[in-house]
Design a protein around this ligand. Structure first.
Ligand code: NAD
Ligand code: DAU
Length: 341
């Protein structure tokens, strides 16, 4: 099977490609990624010469390019993914997340192939009590969440109208290796290691439901191989945490591992103006994917967070090259002389 993975140079996509190549040795993976600011081919440097892996630099909105690629199924991660950026400028979110998803759906329809659309729990909005179910109403609050909800609805419509074999997954917050250091967990670790202030929005009591990225990868794999056409699967680890608790835990772990005084790292916490439209709480009920597809997360939060802090400590050049901008040279250096198609 030849699987087109979109957004494979990003955080979850790169973890997913590594997972797929190990779990399904017979598959060929084509990674289509535009290499926006969030795409980093250094995330895949260890596999880039494998025969069964191929990188294509390109835009999911480019229908001509999609037609030329050789694949039998699509797993779609590519997106503008950061809520704060969507508040500053929603245009690229609508372009990639909505129109790009429509272009992929159209191409999957033309070929009659399966597509997994990787979505998010943010489409449901903020939760007062209980947990999000697949049937919860879509009430997105940020431009990012609204663009993802729009793409979910277009995917659903392609199934209803054209009979497209599409599966939608909605996962909670991921953490782990290769996450871009604009997101809360890598930002806290990187700032702590640089002695920079650690911004906590509002009162720090907003709650997110955290899942190790490797567990998200196995869930998308299960949805791809076993999910029903037109079905939605929530993915989460029943692991609600207040932001301030996560921040304190990370700073204490960094202090313990580096020998820095705990109080000085905790002193970096700076409560700042809240994010506009900041969702108060997310919580996922994953019982459908557990029951119907037999998926279970395997990384407990404590060991996942501990391992993630270790990873950022031992991969300092990786995130320092992002902060300096040097990571953007990697494509030209490694791929500049190779043909794109
Ligand atoms: P990311 O920002 O790290 O990576 C996104 C990737 O998409 C980048 O490599 C980028 O270059 C690529 N891309 C952007 N626009 C493109 C375009 N027009 N054409 C081709 N490639 C393009 O994002 P992530 O955190 O890895 O998230 C991946 C997917 O998972 C997204 O769809 C996101 O909505 C979803 N998701 C993320 C989380 C999370 O916690 N990070 C949770 C649930 C769902
Ligand atoms: O729930 C899934 C979503 O999780 C994904 O769909 C998104 O792509 C992903 O970015 C993530 O969205 P969040 O907005 O929840 O993630 P972020 O890391 O930006 O923020 C997590 C929480 O921490 C949120 O409540 C805002 C807060 N925060 C974030 C940053 C960057 C801070 O307090 N300070 C910060 O500096």
């Amino acid at each position: 099977m030849k699987v087109l993975v979109t957004g494979g140079a990003g955080f979850i996509g790169s973890n997913f490609i590594r997972h797929m190549l190990a779990a399904h040795p017979g598959y060929t993976i084509v990674n289509l990624d535009l290499l926006t600011y969030a795409g980093n081919l250094e995330n895949l440097s260890d596999i880039e010469t494998l025969q069964k892996y191929r990188f294509v630099k390109g835009d999911i909105c480019d229908k001509g390019l999609l037609e030329k690629l050789d694949f039998d199924a699509v797993i779609h991660f590519a997106a503008e993914s950061h809520v704060d950026r969507s508040i500053l400028d929603s245009a690229p979110f609508l372009q990639t997340n909505v129109l790009g998803t429509q272009a992929l759906l159209e191409e999957a329809r033309r070929r009659g192939c399966r597509m997994v659309h990787v979505s998010t729990d943010e489409v449901y909005g903020s939760l007062a009590e209980g947990a999000f179910h697949e049937t919860s109403p879509l009430m997105p609050n940020s431009p990012y969440a609204a663009s993802k909800a729009s793409s979910d609805l277009i995917a659903r419509a392609y199934c209803e109208t054209y009979g497209l074999d599409v599966v939608i997954t909605r996962c909670s917050n991921n953490y782990g290796p290769y996450q871009f250091p604009e997101k809360l967990i890598p930002l806290v670790i990187a700032n702590a290691l640089q002695g920079r202030p650690v911004p906590v929005y509002g009162d720090g009591l907003n709650v997110r439901d955290w899942l190790y990225v490797g567990d998200h990868c196995t869930a998308v794999d299960a949805a791809f191989h076993k999910g029903g056409a037109g079905e939605v699967y929530n993915i989460g680890g029943r692991n609600e945490q207040a932001n301030i608790g996560i921040v304190r835990r990370l700073l204490i772990a960094v202090a313990r591992k580096t020998g820095a005084p705990e109080e000085s790292l905790l002193g970096l916490i700076a409560f700042v103006k809240d994010r506009p439209g900041h969702d108060r709480r997310y919580a996922i009920d994953p019982s459908k994917i557990e029951r119907e597809l037999g998926w279970r997360p395997s990384t407990p939060f404590e060991s996942g967070i501990d391992g993630t802090v270790d990873w950022y400590l031992s991969h300092r050049p990786w995130w320092e090259r992002i902060i300096s901008g040097a990571y953007r040279e990697y494509y030209d250096l490694q791929y500049g002389k190779r043909a794109i198609l």
